[in-house]
Each structure stands twice: as C-alpha cells, then as structure tokens.
Design a binder for this molecule. Structure first.
Ligand code: CP3
Length: 345
C-alpha cells in the first residue's frame, strides 16, 4: 500500500507530497453521476457496495494518495433521531430543528454498529479493495458545524438561531454540544475499529464565529473529541479542517489534532509559521484554481509546495471541497503536478 499520506500525517519524511481532494467523490465525475442517476443520495450513502464503488473512483481516475469514505456529515444525526432529507433545490433539510430543552433531551445516544451499520460495512469493503492502493480516511462533522445544521434545520446564511441559542441559552447550547461530542467520539472510534486509517473532522462553519466565541463555544468540544480519540487510538492520525481559519488559527492549533487543514484565504506559509512543529498542515489550493490548466495551474501548485517545504508535514489538498463543475482533466493534472514538483531526490 502507498502509505505516503499516513507518513506525512505523522510528520515523517516522504518521497513526495501526498495529495487528495475534499469531496473528491462527487458530481464532477461522470462515473459518479452514472451511479447516482440510479439512486438518490441517501440511498447511495446507505448501500455499502455503491458507496465503496464511488469512494474508489477518484483513487483510480485521479491517482490521489488517499481515499475518503463516501458518506455525509449529517448521517449520524438521523441516528440521533432527526429526520433528514436531501432536496435537489434546497440541499440538506433536517426536520423539527433543535430549539429547546425538550428537543435536546429527545436526542438519542448512538450505537454506530447498530444505528449506522452501512457505514461500518462500507469501511470493511473498502479496506479489502484498497489493500494494495491507498489508506482510507473516515470522517465526521465537527460539533459546532453539526450543531448549526441541527439548530437551523439545514444550511444557513447568518446562523441566527444557532447564535441565539449560544448567546441567550448557553446552558442549553452546552447540553446539545455534549450530546454531539459523545456522538462524534463513538462514531469516529467505530470507524477506526472498522478499518479507517485516519479520520478528518470537518468544521465547515468554524470561521463564521468571532475568535473569542470560537474559543468558548467550539474549541473545548473539539479538544475533547481529539483527546478522547488519541487516548483510544494513539496510532490513528486525526485531521482537523477548520474552514475560514485565518482569524482563529492560534486557537485551532490548540485542538491537539495531528494535522490542521486550512482553507485558501490564508497564506499557507503564514499558517505553517503559526502552527510551528505542533501539527502537519493540509491544504490549501483555491478550488477555483482547478478551472485553470497548464502552466497557470502548475504555478499555483508549485507556490504552495515551496511555501510548505518547512512544515512538520504537508498533505496537499484544496482549501475546501472540489466544485461540481470542475473539469476532470485539470484535477488529474493537479495530482500529477503535485507529485512531479514535490519529488525529493
Ligand atoms: O469528500 C468526499 O468525497 C466524501 C464524501 C462527502 C460528502 N459530503 C458527499 C456529498 C463528505 C466528506 C461530505 C462532507 C460534508 N457534507 C460537509 C463538510 C465539508 C464541506 O463541504 O464543508 C458538509 C457541510 C456536508 C453537508 C452537505 N452535504 C451539503 C450542504 C450538501 C448539499 C450541497 C451539495 O454539495 O450538494 C451535501 C450533499 C453531498 N454530500 C453531495 C455529496 C457528493 C452531493 C449529493 C448529490 O450527489 O447530489
């Protein structure tokens, strides 16, 4: 197996910089669309053979150095008792958003092996099929990001309901966050037990918090998750991706994660300077850069590789998920360029 990705996570020397893309399995691939045309998104997530198939597609088509489980961060919320739907027009919808103490009290403690068996089955299939290929990354949403979907009932513009609960009912918010933390710990721990070789915590909305609020209302919960996982599975790298992290990176660094994923709005040299030797770094090409090709694209990739030379470890990635309109040939060229320009002799 190509273990370049795992080595970079641990800060060990590698022959070249490993690369994968957030949301690398998805609609920009005609091969994904073909599978997806036959089933809706949730059915795809819940059918292990199909979920495994689309997980492997980008490994074979792009040549990336890691696979990421095909699922969604909102899946465990169903197990907690919320009704989830993905609508073509509105994106994810969670019915009866969590707004009061009764709603928080009703949320169930999850047993991943019983409540989301399809996730564990997908991982088991994948470990067999990826045996001679690349490592498998499991994932979860971060507590604050999951809370926003639970409280807003879906995607949101200004997260007013979430911030109202946070500021006006901090005890209720804390009670909800404790329940989410327990879910995330047992969910990721079960993924590791089933075969995930690294895990990523997606904090897509961390950057919409004022820095002091991030410190008070999200960081302690992320820390709890990371420390609990490191205690149970000391060998498994934990990646923490905090989107829009420029204003909060000094606190993101305190999460305890082995790898910090950064978006493109921060200069990666800056991020590395602030992380020091505490964590490896993952990122951070603007997803829109994949609409460039040739020298233009290669130059952007080389710039990031040069800036990241002195990092504790560097895993090349986009600064956020790959866009559905991305030309596949540019994504392939980007992977080739990362491998070519980072080759160490
Ligand atoms: O990275 C991968 O390839 C693995 C699969 C993966 C998906 N979602 C598949 C997906 C992962 C890791 C996610 C994480 C996820 N899901 C996040 C965190 C990362 C981020 O982008 O910030 C969030 C916020 C979600 C919630 C979510 N899922 C939204 C808001 C949407 C609708 C928007 C959209 O892109 O359609 C989804 C749907 C979704 N998740 C799709 C895929 C491939 C598209 C579904 C389809 O096929 O129609």
């Amino acid at each position: 197996m190509n273990d370049t990705f795992l080595k970079a996570c641990r800060g060990e020397k590698t022959d070249y910089t490993p690369v994968w893309f957030m949301r690398q399995a998805g609609r920009y691939l005609p091969e994904y669309q073909k599978v997806r045309s036959k089933v809706d998104f949730l059915t795809l997530c819940k059918t292990p053979e199909l979920a495994a198939e689309v997980t492997i597609q980008p490994v074979d088509i792009l040549g990336v150095d890691a696979a990421i489980l095909f699922s969604d961060i909102l899946i465990p919320l169903e197990a907690m008792g919320m009704k989830l739907e993905f609508s073509e027009s509105k994106g994810p919808v969670l019915y009866n958003p969590i707004r009061d103490d009764a709603a928080v009290s009703r949320l169930k403690k999850i047993k991943p092996e019983e409540d989301v068996p399809f996730v564990m089955d997908t991982i088991k299939i994948l470990r067999k099929e990826l045996e001679k290929k690349v490592p498998l990354i499991g994932f979860s949403g971060a507590p604050f990001t999951l809370a926003t979907y639970m409280i807003e009932g879906g995607s949101s513009k200004n997260f007013l309901n979430t911030k109202k609960m946070m500021f006006q009912s901090p005890e209720l918010y804390g009670k909800l966050m404790k329940k989410i933390v327990n879910t995330v710990i047992s969910y990721l721990s079960s993924q590791i037990a089933a075969g995930a070789q690294a895990v990523q915590i997606f904090d897509s909305w961390a950057g919409i918090l004022a820095p002091d609020d991030y410190k008070e209302f999200e960081l302690p919960y992320v820390k709890k998750i990371v420390s609990s996982l490191k205690k149970q599975h000391p060998e498994t790298p934990v990646i923490y991706f905090a989107n829009n992290c420029a204003g909060i990176i000094k606190d993101v660094k305190k999460s305890g994660a082995d790898v910090v994923g950064v978006d493109w709005r921060i200069d990666i040299a800056d991020a590395i300077k602030r992380l020091g030797k505490k964590a490896a770094v993952q990122g951070n090409l603007d997803p829109c850069a994949l609409f460039s090709s040739g020298e233009e694209l290669e130059k952007k990739i080389q710039d990031i590789l040069i800036k990241a030379e002195n990092a504790k470890g560097h895993i090349f990635n986009l600064g956020h998920g790959i866009l559905p309109e991305t030309p596949v040939k540019n994504a392939i060229a980007a992977v080739e360029a990362v491998h070519k320009y980072s080759k160490r002799g």
